[in-house]
Design a protein around this ligand. Sequence first.
Ligand code: CAA
Length: 248
Amino acid sequence: MSNQRVVLVTGGMGGLGETISTKMVDAGYKVAVTYSPGNKTHQEWVTQMADKGYDIVAVPCDVADYDSCATAVEDVRATLGAVDVLVNNAGITRDMTFKKMDRVNWDDVMRTNLDSLFNMSKQVADQMVERGWGRIINVSSVNGSKGAFGQTNYSAAKAGVHGFTKALALEVAKKNVTVNTISPGYIGTKMVTAIPKEVLDSKILPQIPVGRLGKPEEVAGLIIYLASEEAAFVTGANIAINGGQHMQ
Ligand code: CAA
């Protein structure tokens, strides 16, 4: 399938991001990813992907920093063209009980998981409106909907994601730009396998009716749908993909 649209996936080298990026290439998109400026293995990743047939442009970007986002998006525009689909996927956890949490752990998560939506969307939204087509897909979390033990920072930021989605969706709807949230549950990526095994086995897996972690490919499939022409009437939605863990 051929598709000239340009996709930018933040955190596109991470657990979920890599699968989203490669599946978008498979779907025919031109794909760029951002990676954290501290990532020393980014060139290796690009080469490995190229060896597998995935031609992906990678740009450094601290999504918590506005100017860094402006530079990254400009680089993508110069290399591939204007961004048609933005996937705000980059995110971090700093899990700990509220009692132990300090201001730094709070700020880091809010800046990376929530401020990033402003920083990145600001670089592309006006141009999407001018061109009369665009997709912004914000990756939230089941824990933004239901809360999670040890995640006051993360749950607050991820709940904020959907408020942002709904407001921006209203402002750009008439111009064929859709803005949606997806809320994945526990997906088999590094972020989840970093949870202490006994917590995962005793507290989390028993809450997932499907009886397993989700697969990155399942999340990528939903993103590909939201990016498609067929999804033009889906906007301001928050789509859960959590194996039945939380039903709204
Ligand atoms: N529900 C209820 N109680 C829990 C609990 C949970 N999910 N997790 C821990 N507890 C309880 C423990 O059983 C323990 O109770 P007791 O003192 O009575 O034994 C108490 O809380 C303290 O637990 P820990 O010893 O684990 O405390 P800690 O300070 O070492 O660690 C923690 C606390 C960091 C929160 C750790 O338990 C943890 O990592 N939990 C997982 C948090 C989580 O779900 N993160 C999601 C990451 S994946 C992600 O974020 C992706 C996504 O979008 C879904």
